[in-house]
Design a protein around this ligand. Structure first.
Ligand SMILES: *Cc1c(COP(=O)(O)O)cnc(C)c1O
Length: 405
């Protein structure tokens, strides 16, 4: 076993060896521009790009012509929101989303608010779930788009996408889903789920970084989106720019691999995740699970550790690559907005750790992480006066603190 251990697979994943192998020829002898129609170099590149569209489409139940290549899920989501708003501005200007979306969605929505749109940010419950009834109640004659993520990248909660899709269809409103965390992990069917636009990313499923896709429905209804990048008219005019053929080939291969491994892999990763959870929670009191107890991504374990300091905890886990809801690891000073929106108290949001298990994690690594987490938290609590007081039954909320000026 090698240190450090990588357990941050919601942030990114390593490129699978077979993905790299598929990509390599497209950097060297197969270097053509997929838009070059007049010679074999172009044809060869175009053929590879079309194959990738088929591979991605298979994973979401769409046709290959409905796949638009982008630089990632962030760009896909920007196009989905801004492109819909601009295209449908005569019909209305109202968008419905929810508070624990990825920043790609929330910040695009905020941008649109500055440009004349109205946005409803629905709340979530303590498990991070949005209520489909709230979605339906928020719809007005001016509503042009509902955008809800499939699964959350911090706490792993899976949203009731199928139910929301039905509501969107019933009211004739377009439905966009950010599926960056679920492509290749959960079954997706754009038809059964009533999805019109879908954002996905290569590097979350063992493909390369800097490549993503946008599914844009072509029938029932035919979705039209205004571009945000203008130019040569590539990708049905929705996203101009010469295609990144090697990355596209890699993304396609990553999808092919994911569809063949999905069932077995999610069983294996669920087992590792549950072992990790039981190992930690069985050995330590006052540890809380964040996110939905069962409707969650198989590789996600998000825990809050009471009576320890978030920064000290992360420092103690320095040979394990995980993510924290604490201020110290992010650019902002706020604790995780996702945990706060779920009603978690600030002190628990600050001491949350997200373990993100993936394809290459082993039982041995899980065992190491359990031991290291239990050791570190136990040691930090032994040094903590707060924990001492809590053990003596003092209600910490009732304590009058003497705050130095
Ligand atoms: C990673 C992620 C994104 C952004 O994807 P990029 O391809 O890195 O731009 C968007 N939404 C969710 C839920 C994600 O996990």
């Amino acid at each position: 076993m090698k240190l450090p251990i990588y357990m941050d697979n919601h942030s990114t994943t390593p490129v699978d060896p077979s993905v790299l192998e598929a990509m390599l020829p497209y950097f060297t002898n197969k270097f053509g521009n997929a838009a070059s129609r007049s010679h074999p170099f172009g044809w060869e590149a175009e053929e590879a790009v079309e194959k990738s569209r088929v591979q991605i489409g298979k994973l979401i139940g769409s046709g290959h012509k409905e796949i638009i290549f982008t630089s990632g899920a962030t760009e896909s989501t920007n196009i989905a929101l801004k492109g819909t708003a601009e295209m449908t501005c005569e019909k209305g200007n109202h968008i419905i989303t929810q508070v624990t979306e990825h920043k790609a969605t929330l910040d695009s929505a905020k941008y649109l608010e500055k440009h004349g749109c109205q946005v409803t940010y629905l709340p979530v419950d303590q498990n991070g779930m949005v209520d489909p009834l709230d979605v339906e109640k928020a719809i007005t004659p001016k509503t042009i788009l509902i955008t809800i993520m499939h699964a959350n990248n911090e706490v792993g909660t899976i949203q009731p996408i199928g139910e929301i899709g039905k509501i969107a269809k019933k009211h004739g409103v377009l439905f966009h889903v950010d599926a960056a965390q679920t492509l290749g992990r959960l079954a997706i069917s754009v038809d059964q789920m009533g999805i019109d636009i879908l954002s996905v990313s290569g590097h979350k499923i063992y493909g390369p970084k800097g490549i993503g896709a946008l599914y844009v429905r072509r029938t029932n209804p035919r979705v039209r989106l205004s571009p945000i990048v203008h130019g040569g008219g590539h990708e049905r005019g929705i996203r101009s720019g010469t295609l990144n053929v090697p990355a596209i080939v890699g993304f396609g291969q990553a999808c092919e691999l994911a569809s063949s491994l999905m069932d077995e892999e999610s069983r294996r990763i669920t087992e590792l995740r549950d072992r990790l959870m039981k190992g930690i929670m069985g050995a330590l009191p006052d540890v809380f699970l964040n996110g939905h107890p069962s409707l969650r991504l198989c590789g996600n374990l998000n825990l809050s550790f009471a009576y320890v300091e978030g920064e000290a905890l992360m420092m103690g886990l320095n040979d394990i690559a995980v993510s924290s809801g604490s201020a110290c690891t992010s650019a902002s000073l706020e604790p995780s907005y996702v945990l706060r929106s779920m009603g978690k108290p600030e002190e628990l949001a600050h001491t949350s750790i997200r373990f993100g298990l993936g394809r290459f994690n082993t039982e041995e690594e899980v065992q190491f992480v359990i031991t290291r987490v239990v050791e570190t938290v136990t040691k930090l609590r032994e040094m903590s006066p707060l924990y001492e007081m809590a053990k003596q039954g003092i209600d910490l909320k009732s304590v009058q603190w003497d705050v130095p000026h």
